[in-house]
Design a protein around this ligand. Structure first.
Ligand code: SF4
Length: 467
């Protein structure tokens, strides 16, 4: 349960084996386990074998949905999988992915991470053309567009579809004979390519390639489509060349620290963010601690840069999963203590710097400050290794309504007072870019309000937050 964080929408994974006797479903299962942090509401696997596509999906964690009996029903040399946390489309089994479509020319399955900003318009056009929908998911829009264009051939159907849809997407598509991957023209959501013996992997994050014993090959480029079949990996680009704008929050919080995205090591970027934070806003203190998990590398970096001793200070319960009932607003602060607790012997009598990856609503920060004071901390200085979140995300990340974002209506002094800290500082936007090596471009929309492409509101398609 994360009540006070932005939440990732989905993780995708796909495997192609050139040996028809190899069953890749167990690999997809393990790959999805390593992407579980990207979505915990539903999980699914679709597999191609002998000219048909079979899928199983359900609500819950990968381990809940796929017991040995369910896994045994799926077998084949090409498969895709998906874990989901819903933002666009509600949390129901109809919206679980992958989506499978069977039509005259064959079958395809699609799994998608991201958010289409023109899904409503495309859906309306398809409905006018007689296409029926069973879900509110963007992926069903994509699969119906591909199916509509399929008679032109796979390559053309994909490029036509992708040129039509707008927004953020990392897609894996399964046909009866091929595995396909595509990344939106700005590369907002990550997707990478890996190699296994006699085959290939596509994954949202490189940690999932490692988990199945594969070898990371490269990131799929923004605006690139790869078709993997008996001929190998065919790569081509579509549309006009656009500027890369990878989601900066992948590095700050969403991605696992053992992943690399677009050439940046996520763990090292978090260490650097902490070092820069230390340079920008050091305070005299006896101890620096990080809020698990992503605040910890930043606290190590802050400690290195300022000479402040690093300690653990906060423990996170590993067992608070999705079965934990989402608390009401007034219960949220208390609920933080179920998930996070302070090691009193480490913080008592000390001037403590506490580092978190972000402040969204502020409820977790307020509670942590109060827990530290109750544990005997003499001073509590809050540091955040990202700029204030002030604006919503339109590209697949669940953001609270703007009025609930503490950084939206309050200045730093007011936020500091609200969370009860002795001092508060955020990483600057320049500092964040420096932590990301200034390499390529990044989406910083939720910090700056400047987005890499028109938002639904701007094109008259208000769909997400009623701001
Ligand atoms: S608006 Fe924020 S969360 Fe959304 S894609 Fe951009 S950086 Fe990521």
């Amino acid at each position: 349960m994360e009540t006070d964080k932005l939440r990732e929408e989905c993780g995708v994974f796909g495997v192609y084996s050139s040996d028809p006797e190899i069953n890749v479903v167990p690999l997809v299962y393990y790959g999805l386990f390593s992407l579980q942090h990207r979505g915990q509401e539903s999980a699914g696997i679709a597999v191609a074998r002998d000219g048909t596509i079979e899928a199983r999906k359900g609500m819950g964690l990968v381990g809940d949905v796929f017991d040995p009996a369910t896994l045994a029903q799926l077998s084949g040399p090409i498969a895709i999988g998906h874990v989901r946390y819903s933002t666009a489309g509600s949390s129901t089994i109809e919206n679980a992915q992958p989506f499978v479509s069977r039509f005259k020319l064959g079958s395809i399955a699609v799994a998608h991470n991201g958010n289409l900003t023109n899904a409503d318009v495309v859906r309306e056009l398809l409905e006018d053309a007689g296409v029926g929908f069973v879900s509110s998911s963007d992926s069903e829009v994509i699969i119906n567009l591909i199916a509509k264009n399929y008679k032109k051939g796979l390559e053309k159907a994909l490029t036509d579809t992708i040129q039509f849809i707008k927004g953020s997407y990392a897609l894996v598509v399964l046909t009866e004979k091929a595995l396909v991957g595509a990344r939106d023209p700005h590369g907002i959501r990550p997707l990478c390519l890996g190699k296994i013996e006699k085959g290939w992997i596509l994954a949202s994050e490189s940690c999932a390639i490692d988990a199945v014993g594969g070898e990371f090959v490269r990131d799929i480029e923004p605006g690139e489509i790869v078709i993997i079949d008996e001929h190998g990996v065919l790569s081509f680009r579509y549309g006009e060349k656009t500027a890369r704008a990878v989601c900066a929050f992948e590095f700050i919080y969403f991605a696992r620290p053992d992943s690399r995205i677009d050439g940046i090591d996520v763990y090292q970027s978090r260490i650097r963010a902490g070092e820069i934070l230390g340079r920008e806003s050091a305070v005299v203190a006896d101890l620096v601690i990080g809020v698990p998990d992503s605040g910890i590398p930043a606290a190590i970096g802050y400690g290195r840069a300022t000479g402040t001793p690093f300690g653990l200070g906060i423990v996170k319960s590993k067992y608070v999963g999705r079965t934990f009932i989402a608390p009401r607003q007034d219960e949220r602060e208390r609920a933080v203590s179920v998930k996070l607790n302070v090691i009193k012997s480490e913080v008592a009598g000390k001037r403590v710097v506490i580092i978190d990856d972000s402040i969204v609503r502020g409820t977790t920060s307020r509670r942590l400050v109060s827990l530290l004071r109750r544990a005997g901390a003499k001073e509590v200085h809050f540091r955040v290794c990202s700029p204030p979140v002030r604006f919503p995300c339109y590209f697949g990340i669940d953001t609270p309504h703007r009025k609930e974002l503490i950084g939206s209506a309050n200045n730093i002094k007011a936020i500091c007072e609200a969370i009860g800290a002795d001092s508060l500082a955020f990483l600057s936007t320049e500092g964040l870019l420096e932590a990301l090596n200034h390499q390529g471009g990044y989406c910083l929309g939720c910090f700056t309000g400047e987005y890499p492409l028109p938002t639904p509101g701007e094109v008259g398609l208000a769909k997400q937050n009623d701001l």
